[in-house]
Every structure is written in structure tokens, then in C-alpha cells.
Design a protein around this ligand. Structure first.
Ligand code: RFL
Ligand code: PHB
Length: 389
């Protein structure tokens, strides 16, 4: 089998890239290790930058998103019993959009399947060959059959545990990593959100976040030790701890209910350089990870897709290799800024094991500065709504 762009990974990065290229008449084949149902069962991101929405519109898949999403003009910060609002729109003119990763992935799968896309599910033993040449190819097994795809380019959209990044030789690849000494215990529940907007809470007992997917579906998180397991946390224990980490007036009006999903995610900052090796491009979590505190994971994947989509269009439609040559540098320039913001927000709001009284005072002073200073709020808002592509 032959295609122009072979895409590894049927998460949001791979699907969005495939759909955008399809609209420009560029042929793709996508392979995914799991089933579509499995990919859709993973509960992940919920906050989208407007740049992501523009890409979804360009891909022709924003109809349901535009209809069902929630628009947030700002967010709330709590420091123990104090709470304050930071507006995004007042300083940047842009809001953020609430629409779950599950829903947008479903929209992308529906669009790809309606277009008769070539997607192989449940592939095994995928391998990348000759990525440093102009004749790369993929081999894998699907439905018990060994398959080979020859192509011009390979997009490695296969997440942090995929094969693409590891295909780049160690003497070419440089990795940067910071692992945080705690995780986030997340609970999804069919309950109304506590407020119109998100609440990021820094409390003596650790970080908490009140988020949502829609007006009937809430997503809450609490910082927890990495040694904890979701089974250790009954629903009652989770709600109890969450209430102790948010201001009393909000705890009093929290509507609790049975969890429909409960999981613990470790927190990590990670970047690999370069993001291109010959004909292989890394995209999304395959190249970088952020801690979820700044809601940047999915949004950085989208900016990679933007640069790679334009690079491939320039190659096929304008016969220019400039976008391809510059892909890695362009993508990384934005990634590092999102890494900085996510790291900053993580350091600002969590409790750390070795934290001294001095460190705690630094956190409190920085949060107070954010509350009081318009320039600080503007810097926060510009980063949160997303830096320009
Ligand atoms: P994904 O979504 O991981 O998709 C990669 C896909 O590649 C497949 N795959 C392979 N397919 C074929 N052959 C192979 N050898 C393969 N190896 C892997 C996988 O099955 C998978 O379907 O990466 P993508 O598309 O780059 O999208 C990135 C986003 O998913 C990610 O950045 C965010 O979800 C990160 N993230 C969050 N981001 C936020 O902005 N807010 C959040 O609240 C948030 N929560 C999360 C998260 C990531 C999590 N992970 C990865 C553990 C919570 C969790 C638990
Ligand atoms: C979420 O709704 O899952 C979410 C929102 C904001 C974050 C992280 C996760 O910073």
C-alpha cells in the first residue's frame, strides 16, 4: 500500500492532521494500536484555546463543538478561604472553550469515517523504517495480516509511549525532563459544576481543581501522593477531601454524586529535540508532555498539528520545503513557552514534600501579586488563552 503521509496514532493529533490534509486533497493512512472505543474511553483534557477551535473549523469538524461548547471569560483562583477572579477577555480579548477531548475525538473519528478514511485499528508490532531517507515505510500487523505502507512522510502522533520518538537515534535526540513528586486524582461525575468557571485552589492540604465538561458533567481533581491508587479513594473520601481544599462558601454548595470515572495521572514536564528526523515528524505527546495545571497538553498538540499541516501543504501544493525544514524550530519555540507556563502554574499551586516556610511564603506572595496586579493578570491570561501560533 502507498500513501503520501502515514500517520501513527489515532489520538487528537493524528486524527486532526489526517482530517486537515484530507480537505487539501493530501492522502493519508492512519494506524492506531487500540480500538476507537478504547481511545474514546480515556478521560483527558477539557479546556481548548481558540487556536484549537480555528483548526477544528478549518478541518470542517466544529459544528457540534460550536453548538455545545461552553465559553469561559476567565477563571477563579482560591488561596485557602480567599477567592478572586482573573478575566481572560478583559486583557486579551479572547476566552477559552470547554469541550471534552472525548467529544472532539469522537467528532474527528466520525468525520474521518464519513470520508471513507483508511484507518487500521488494533495494529501490533508497528515499526518505522528508513525514516532518515526520502523513501520511508511502516510495517505492522493488523487483523493477523502483515502490512507495509510506503509513503513520503511519517507523522509520529503516537503519544508519550509510542514508537516514533524512540526511532530517532540517541546521538541525534536530546530529552529534557522534570518529574513532580505527586499526581492528580481525577473524578468525573454527572453533577452540575460548582461555578460557571473553573476554580484553581491552593490550600494547606494541597491543590484542587473544580472543572467541568458541560452543565451536567463535572471534572474535579485533587493533588495526591504518587503511591495512592484510585481504588484507595472511595467517592465519599474524595468529596470530603475536595471540600476541605476549597473555600467554605463553595464547599457548601458542591453537589456530589457517584463517580463515573476515577484515575490518577502523574505530573511530568518533558520535551524532546529535534521534532523532525528526515521524513519523520513528531507531533503532540510523542514529543512533549506538560503537567495538566495550565491545561496545555492538548493545546500544544494542536499547535504542532498547525505547523505540520502548513509545512505539508507548502510541500505538496506550493512545492516549497521551507515549512518542513523549519517545522521543528517553529513548533519547539512555542512548546517551550507552554512548558514554562505549565511548570510555573504547577510550582505556584501545589504542596511539595520538601517545601519550607519560606517557599510557602513565596507562593502566597506570588498569588497575592496576581490578585492585585493587572500586569501579572494580563501575563497569566495571555498564556492561558494561548500564545499566537
Ligand atoms: P494521545 O492522545 O496519547 O494519542 C496517541 C495515540 O497513539 C496510539 N499509539 C499507537 N498507535 C499505533 N501504533 C503504536 N505503536 C502506537 N503507540 C501509541 C495510542 O493508542 C493513542 O491513541 O496523543 P496526542 O494525539 O498527541 O494528544 C495529546 C493529548 O491526548 C494530551 O496532550 C492530553 O490529553 C494531555 N492531558 C491533558 N491535557 C490537558 O490539556 N488537560 C487535561 O486535563 C489533561 N489530562 C492528559 C490528561 C493526559 C493524560 N495521559 C496521557 C496519561 C490526563 C491523562 C491521564
Ligand atoms: C480538565 O477539565 O480536565 C482540566 C481543566 C483545566 C486543567 C486541567 C484539566 O488545568
Amino acid at each position: 500500500m502507498r500513501t503520501q503521509v502515514a500517520i501513527i496514532g489515532g489520538g487528537p493529533s493524528g486524527l486532526l492532521l489526517a482530517q486537515l490534509l484530507h480537505r487539501k486533497g493530501i492522502d493519508t493512512v492512519l494506524i492506531e494500536r487500540k480500538t476507537r472505543e478504547y481511545v474514546l474511553s480515556r478521560i483527558r483534557a477539557g479546556v481548548l484555546e481558540t487556536g484549537f477551535i480555528e483548526l477544528m473549523r478549518l478541518a470542517g469538524v466544529a459544528e457540534r463543538l460550536d453548538r455545545e461548547c461552553l465559553i469561559h471569560d476567565g477563571t477563579l483562583f482560591a488561596l485557602d478561604e480567599e477567592i478572586f477572579h482573573v478575566s481572560f477577555t478583559q486583557t486579551t480579548g479572547r476566552p477559552v472553550v470547554i469541550y471534552g477531548q472525548t467529544e472532539l475525538t469522537r467528532d474527528l473519528y466520525d468525520a474521518r469515517e464519513a470520508a471513507g478514511a483508511k484507518i487500521f485499528y488494533q495494529v501490533e508490532d508497528a515499526e518505522i523504517h528508513d525514516a532518515d531517507t526520502q523513501k520511508p515505510y511502516l510495517t505492522f500487523t493488523a487483523g493477523g495480516e502483515a502490512t507495509r505502507i510506503d509513503c513520503d512522510f511519517i507523522a509520529g502522533c503516537d503519544g508519550f509511549h509510542g514508537i516514533s520518538r524512540k526511532t530517532i537515534p540517541l546521538d541525534v535526540r536530546q530529552e529534557y525532563e522534570k518529574v513532580y513528586p505527586f499526581g492528580w486524582l481525577g473524578v468525573l461525575s454527572e453533577t452540575p459544576p460548582i461555578d460557571e468557571e473553573l476554580i484553581y485552589s491552593c490550600s494547606q492540604r494541597g491543590f484542587a481543581l473544580c472543572s467541568m465538561r458541560n452543565r451536567q458533567l463535572s471534572r474535579h481533581y485533587i493533588q495526591c501522593p504518587l503511591s495512592d491508587h484510585p481504588e484507595d479513594w472511595s467517592d465519599a473520601a474524595f468529596w470530603d477531601e475536595l471540600k476541605r481544599r476549597i473555600p467554605q462558601q463553595y464547599a457548601d454548595r458542591l453537589v456530589t454524586g457517584p463517580s463515573i470515572e476515577k484515575s490518577i495521572a502523574p505530573l511530568r514536564s518533558f520535551v524532546t529535540e529535534p521534532m523532525r528526523w528526515g521524513s519523520l515528524f513528531l507531533c503532540g505527546d510523542a514529543a512533549h508532555i506538560v503537567p495538566p495545571t495550565g491545561a496545555k497538553g492538548l493545546n500544544t498538540a494542536a499547535s504542532d498539528v498547525h505547523y505540520l499541516y502548513h509545512a505539508l501543504c507548502e510541500h505538496y501544493l506550493e512545492k516549497s520545503s521551507r515549512g518542513i525544514e523549519e517545522y521543528s524550530a517553529r513548533a519547539l519555540a512555542r512548546i517551550w513557552k507552554a512548558e514554562r507556563f505549565s511548570w510555573w502554574m504547577t510550582m505556584l499551586l501545589h504542596r511539595f514534600p520538601e517545601q519550607t516556610e519560606f517557599d510557602l511564603r513565596m507562593q502566597r506572595a506570588e498569588i497575592a501579586f496576581l490578585r492585585e496586579n493587572e500586569s501579572a493578570r494580563r501575563v497569566f491570561a495571555e498564556n492561558y488563552v494561548g500564545l499566537p501560533y
